[in-house]
Design a protein around this ligand. Structure first.
Ligand code: CMP
Length: 137
């Protein structure tokens, strides 16, 4: 069924000038962009978004990275959106990402890996909801 997922173009990819190319890969992949926002996460936003990783050794680095510059946050719609978007972005580690994936093309390292994609329908619903109520001044 048609459903939704949540993505962020991360600070590395924005800084490196890849917003346009990544959005093109997303739309060429059959995803409809139903919300789009250029914004920047505060440290508190990033801590909350990645709370599930709070015990990991890379958590501090991850929060620092995700809040260091602008991001593009978007809601995407497609049949089987969550799984198909994870296929399009590729493996977390760009060294393991398949040809034709966004991370193969634009990620620089396992930490600075260009894009986020929701990892389950349940998390997609949470992240879509957070997006819809966030970044208001
Ligand atoms: P993502 O899968 O979108 O969400 C969790 C993020 O944590 C992941 O992308 C990476 O950006 C980051 N991450 C995962 N593993 C590592 C690692 N070993 N070192 C640094 N960052 C990591």
């Amino acid at each position: 069924a048609t459903n939704r997922t949540f993505t962020m173009i991360k600070p590395d990819a924005v800084q490196n000038g890849h917003i346009g190319n990544i959005l093109a890969m997303i739309t060429n992949g059959g995803f409809k962009i139903v919300s789009l926002k250029l914004t920047q996460l505060t440290v508190a936003d990033a801590q909350a978004f990645y709370a599930v990783h709070a015990a990991r050794p890379f958590y501090g680095e991850l929060v620092e990275f995700m809040s260091r510059g602008p991001i593009v946050a978007a809601i995407l719609e497609k049949d089987n959106a969550v799984e198909d978007f994870r296929t399009l972005i590729g493996a977390t580690n760009p060294a393991e990402a398949a040809e034709g994936t966004i991370r193969k093309a634009y990620a620089t390292s396992i930490g600075e890996n260009a894009v986020h994609g929701s990892d389950s329908d349940e998390n997609a619903a949470i992240e879509v909801f957070l997006h819809s109520i966030s970044y208001t001044e």
